[in-house]
Write a protein that binds this ligand. Sequence first.
Ligand code: CP
Length: 324
Amino acid sequence: PRHLISAADLTRDDAVLILDTAEEMARVADRPIKKLPTLRGRTVVNLFFEDSTRTRISFEAAAKRLSADVINFSAKGSSVSKGESLKDTALTLEAMGADAVVIRHGASGAPYRLATSGWIDSAVVNAGDGTHEHPTQALLDAFTMRRRLVGPDAGLGRDLEGRRITIVGDILHSRVARSNVHLLHTLGAHVTLVAPPTLVPVGVEQWPCDVSYRLDDVLPKSDAVMMLRVQRERMNAAYFPTEREYSRRYGLDGERMARMPEHAIVMHPGPMVRGMEITAEVADSDRCTAVEQVANGVSTRMAVLYLLLGGSETALPSAAARTE
Ligand code: CP
């Protein structure tokens, strides 16, 4: 495929190819010189209409490690604030010779529109659109689970088969949850969503997962527990849970973490709100992979850019190893 818009579009083979390529890319990070020549002369544009720390920085790091040129565009401080449309912004980027556009937008469907509009020829990567999807987050999460729960050299492809993943919190507004449900299902894992009834989306019964309202019942049966932030910015006060009540019922503290199996990990895509969905004790524990997920995000995004932009085979670390 030319674009990455949705984790739901990925076949098992697609997902496994990306995860296996990410393993190869991770080896580059262990070298003294963390760079490959594979996308030299190509241009990657980061087009961010919503705030981001991890996704924007890691796409920039990923593109630079593949030797691509990077243009960072943030809607804040741009002519978007003067009323310029997505189409005119896209045409401007096209005129600058973008080979890939990584887009984050508050409107669900904006990356799909960009990819199918005919305005631009570039590959389009969804870096989070409204409450719809965040496919590279799900890929880096699957990569992290594979490494922590199975190991990097496990039989690839079927290795998350039967793993039990619990996703906790504001499912209603979470593009991370949607992408993870689709990808983990494709990889054979079993997903349970846990949330207050007001933060479960309508139609969730169509999703390939279970839903529970009782975190304490699900924790002992989980291999990974992914905590989500309550997205106040996408809510109105009518269904805004109080911090104390939310933390008491759905927050993860040390006592609750002790109910998880010994091998189980705690995940968080970030940004974390310590004291709300996760205590500092859990966030800082060895079982929490939040920082590791960020590092894995660079390797995973390198793999996505490499595969979409058709980087040179011989510039892959494994190819270099074969010719050494
Ligand atoms: N996980 C994630 O998407 O973080 P940012 O919003 O900081 O990019």
